[in-house]
Design a protein. Structure first.
Length: 366
């Protein structure tokens, strides 16, 4: 089958692409799927009138149809290209997120003086840099900061599969049993932790590779096996490594590094389930136990049919508990006119028979 031809062009002036999807799709969602920008960024560009569909200015919430061509103005492309993403070697004592009183946020240290190497632009005072994966105040190492919504989704989105590597120094006896628990077998906040890679590098130095990020996760994991963390450094996030970046310094993330992060985060194809691993629902009917074999009681052929049960008075359920006070429905006697006698007090589930009363006599007020 021939793949559909997709027209795409990226120039200094504009970005153009023809949509070939089978169903109509919101413009912001399509741009996010294409890795052009996040949905929020797309909405902002649309509100500014920088996005057109077939030479007509797009509006918020608009969908694009198959065969339609979307064009982003050169100003929109420059705005996205000017988004800053960087690596910062965070020292101990610096907070990665919003600071409390007396604390120093990492973003305040991103200056011209702390730049390692060269950068196309220096973040201004009112930049929109946000940490992509927090690193607590007592830890140090690799911290990604970015204004790029697409990159943020790849690194810290709910579907992100990027692993993170840490070098951890501990106090306490490191035993094979403790390592086994750290790798798999612990839970935090009532939830089981994902399997982790934990290697012993030295007597009291460990390497952790995690695919999740709970609050102070490594410190709490070590505490559960009677180990105390004295130093924690993050050295890698996905394909991005801290390498030789000095502590307290930062450098920009290049285009190839950004592409590598997005590629590493791309969803993996699901492998087909092996034939031997099939649930009961997937098994053919001949392998399933017959319905009659899973039920107690006589086979359906020995039970009275509906027509056989309608002839005489009901004296209880066939094959079940006898009628009476403690089993089944109460027996009902027949009146001379053929209707059931309801003089017996009703049991649970039955209705009382209403008695028509005459008009109440009212006493005149004197």
């Amino acid at each position: 089958m021939t793949e559909p031809i997709v027209q795409e062009a990226r120039t200094a002036m504009s970005w153009t692409k023809t949509y070939t999807g089978a169903e109509a799709l919101r413009i912001n969602k399509w741009l996010a799927e294409e890795g052009v920008c996040s949905r929020r960024e797309a909405d902002a560009l649309i509100l500014k009138g920088l996005v057109k569909v077939d030479d007509e200015t797009a509006v918020a919430g608009q969908k694009i149809m198959a065969g339609q061509t979307l064009t982003m103005a050169g100003k929109a492309g420059r705005q996205l290209d000017n988004q800053i993403s960087l690596i910062f070697h965070k020292p101990v004592g610096i907070v990665s997120g919003t600071p409390e009183e007396g604390e120093i946020p990492a973003v305040r240290l991103i200056t011209r003086d702390s730049l390692s190497g060269k950068a196309r632009a220096i973040p201004g005072r009112y930049n929109k840099l946000a940490p992509l994966g927090r690193l607590d105040k007592d830890s140090r190492g690799l911290l990604i900061m970015s204004e790029d919504g697409v990159l943020a989704k790849a690194v810290i989105g709910p579907e992100s599969e990027l692993d993170k590597e840490y070098i951890v120094k501990v106090r306490g006896d490191v035993t094979p049993e403790k390592l086994a628990k750290l790798r798999h077998g612990l839970e935090l906040d009532g939830r089981q932790l994902k399997p982790a890679i934990v290697e012993q590098l030295k007597a009291q130095e460990l390497k952790f590779v995690l695919r999740e990020g709970r609050n102070r996760q490594i410190r709490r994991m070590c505490q559960l096996v009677d180990l105390r963390v004295v130093d924690l450094m993050r050295t890698r996030i996905g394909p991005l490594e801290l390498a030789g970046l000095p502590e307290g310094k930062w450098r920009p993330i290049g285009g190839r590094e950004r592409a590598a992060l997005l590629k590493a985060e791309a969803p993996r194809e699901r492998k087909p389930r092996p034939e031997g691993d099939r649930s009961d629902r997937d098994r053919p009917d001949r392998e399933r136990p017959a319905r009659a074999e899973r039920r107690d009681g006589p086979p359906r052929g020995d039970r009275p049919t509906r027509g056989d049960r309608q002839g005489g008075p009901r004296t209880g359920k066939p094959g079940g508990k006898p009628g009476g006070k403690f089993g089944g429905k109460p027996e009902r006697s027949e009146r001379s006119d053929g209707k059931p006698d309801n003089t017996v007090s009703p049991m649970k589930g039955e209705k009382f028979k209403r008695t028509k009363l005459g008009p109440r006599k009212r006493t005149p007020i004197k």
